[in-house]
Design a protein around this ligand. Sequence first.
Ligand SMILES: Nc1ncnc2c1ncn2[C@@H]1O[C@H](COP(=O)(O)OP(=O)(O)OP(=O)(O)O)[C@@H](O)[C@H]1O
Ligand SMILES: Nc1nc(=O)c2ncn([C@H]3C[C@H](O)[C@@H](CO)O3)c2[nH]1
Length: 224
Amino acid sequence: MTVIVLSGPIGAGKSSLTGILSKYLGTNPFYESVDDNPVLPLFYENPKKYAFLLQVYFLNTRFQSIKAALTDDNNVLDRSIYEDALFFQMNADIGRATKEEVDTYYELLHNMMSELDRMPKKNPDLLVHIDVSYDTMLKRIQKRGRNYEQLSYDPSLEDYYKRLLRYYKPWYEKYDYSPKMTIDGDKLDFMASEEDRQEVLNQIVAKLKEMGKLDENWKPNLVK
Ligand SMILES: Nc1ncnc2c1ncn2[C@@H]1O[C@H](COP(=O)(O)OP(=O)(O)OP(=O)(O)O)[C@@H](O)[C@H]1O
Ligand SMILES: Nc1nc(=O)c2ncn([C@H]3C[C@H](O)[C@@H](CO)O3)c2[nH]1
């Protein structure tokens, strides 16, 4: 039984890979709430006003998801609580949160992480990070077509996205809640190419076998 958390910038392919991977492993997916998130459009319209509220919204849903996932021990999460502070810190660094909001946020996060530390299973088994360049990220954001994420909606999103990418490298290096691995999201087009999809799945399965989380003779539940 495994809990796998995915990470990566906006449009990296986390939701897509969550679906593919959970089917392949025969586990249950947890998706980040986006289309039913009432605060997200407000945030893109007025980031300074809504950065804190949006973060509390995401933090709350991510806390619920990771608790359920660690209890069930049979899941893939498309983004997790471990990535939450990356987003908030970046928004705080560009002046979208007051000192009081920053302090309150970190206290809340700390309390939630302490709760997780008291659970029988405390950590995920593996982090799979999808690494993408700015060009790939932007192409995927355009392909998905959410209006408020487009540069035509707000040209300052170019700086926001580039900045976000810069926060990922140190975040990934510091992450130590579980073993981790990176997928090259620029090279491996796991949506359009069957061969690339299999390559990504092989890399993840090899890592799980190496960690002893999958039996050496393990075969997929569902081959498409
Ligand atoms: N490897 C890939 N190759 C080609 N297209 C991809 C790939 N991964 C994702 N896409 C496409 O890019 C878009 C964004 O993908 P997806 O929604 O999975 O990203 P995400 O990382 O979950 O984004 P977000 O952080 O915003 O939730 C979708 O239209 C998807 O079909
Ligand atoms: N500010 C902020 N904090 C988060 O923790 C966070 N997580 C995701 N997002 C935004 C990115 C995509 O538009 C969309 C889907 O990932 O939601 C976030 N925005």
